[in-house]
Design a protein around this ligand. Structure first.
Ligand SMILES: Nc1ncnc2c1ncn2[C@@H]1O[C@H](COP(=O)(O)OP(=O)(O)OP(=O)(O)O)[C@@H](O)[C@H]1O
Length: 257
């Protein structure tokens, strides 16, 4: 029964509940991402998107429900190197006193092999730096990079694990056009290689053609799980009241239900 099936979802959450500060933040969430699938997690500010992805990587404990990773129940899952996680940049890169290569190499560390990186590790780090176009900046301090470049470094750190499941929390937030293209390329390659991607997004934007399915959270519950909303469609989904940088853009969006 515990034998992982090749066709099992990379991740499946069933009936997930979580509370933060005594308040229910996830209220019975079902979500699955299959190998080769790119799924966008959308929803208004505070709907629970970050909490959901953080629960999948063990940063927020669930109070109820069940997670299976590659067909294995969460408690029995050991192969964490198969999962790459890109946290929100604001919480991860600010003031990190490390250079680009060190941050990317940290993606190869495991509990068993701390600080001992072999040739395969070094190749994986170089490949990841190449994938995000940052190899020529490998010796530079992360704090000296632009926001988009820092985001690329965090993506490279996750890619260095050669993950079968890549989870990213708002990878498009505040990044320049070149970095958006790097991200789109990354998604395309992950997909071609049959790997699964789950990404939290404010809106689909230029990634729209790469998204297979959208899951929309509202108040800790899934209110849509299906085809990605068409252009501007996320504004029409229930509960969309996301804060946009241009206030003029969303004068009516919060009113639509
Ligand atoms: N550590 C915490 N303690 C208490 N409440 C929290 C904590 N972290 C988040 N919350 C609350 O949980 C709810 C969901 O937050 P979460 O960050 O998951 O939402 P989100 O959909 O990712 O929002 P955003 O788009 O603004 O990032 C919010 O109401 C938030 O204020």
């Amino acid at each position: 029964m515990n034998t992982p099936h090749a066709d099992a979802p990379a991740v499946r959450l069933t009936g997930g509940t979580a509370a933060l500060g005594g308040r229910a933040v996830l209220r019975g969430v079902d979500l699955a991402v299959a190998p080769g699938e790119v799924v966008a997690l959308l929803g208004a500010n505070g709907s629970g998107k970050s909490t959901l992805v953080r629960s999948l990587v063990g940063l927020v404990p669930l109070s109820g429900g069940r997670i299976d990773l590659f067909g294995t129940p969460y408690g029995k899952f050991k192969d964490w190197s198969r999962i790459g996680y890109v946290p929100q940049r604001t919480t991860a890169a600010a003031g990190v006193p490390a250079n680009v290569r060190e941050v990317v190499a940290s993606g190869r560390l495991t509990r068993r092999h701390m600080f001992h990186l072999g040739r395969d590790d070094r190749t994986a780090v170089d490949d990841a730096l190449d994938a995000v176009g940052m190899r020529d900046r490998a010796g530079d301090g992360v704090a000296d990079l632009s926001g988009g470049q820092q985001q690329r470094v965090l993506i490279a750190r996750a890619l260095a694990r050669r993950p079968d499941l890549l989870i990213m929390d708002e990878p498009m937030a505040g990044v320049d056009l070149a970095s958006q293209e790097v991200l789109a390329d990354t998604l395309r390659r992950q997909k071609e290689q049959g790997r699964a991607v789950l990404l939290v997004l404010h809106e689909l934007g230029p990634l729209e053609p790469l998204i297979d399915r959208a899951v929309v959270l509202r108040d800790g519950c899934v209110c849509h799980d299906g085809p990605p909303p068409q252009a501007l469609g996320q504004h029409a989904l229930p509960g969309h009241d996301h804060v946009h940088p241009h206030a003029d853009d969303h004068t009516t969006s919060g009113l639509l239900t």
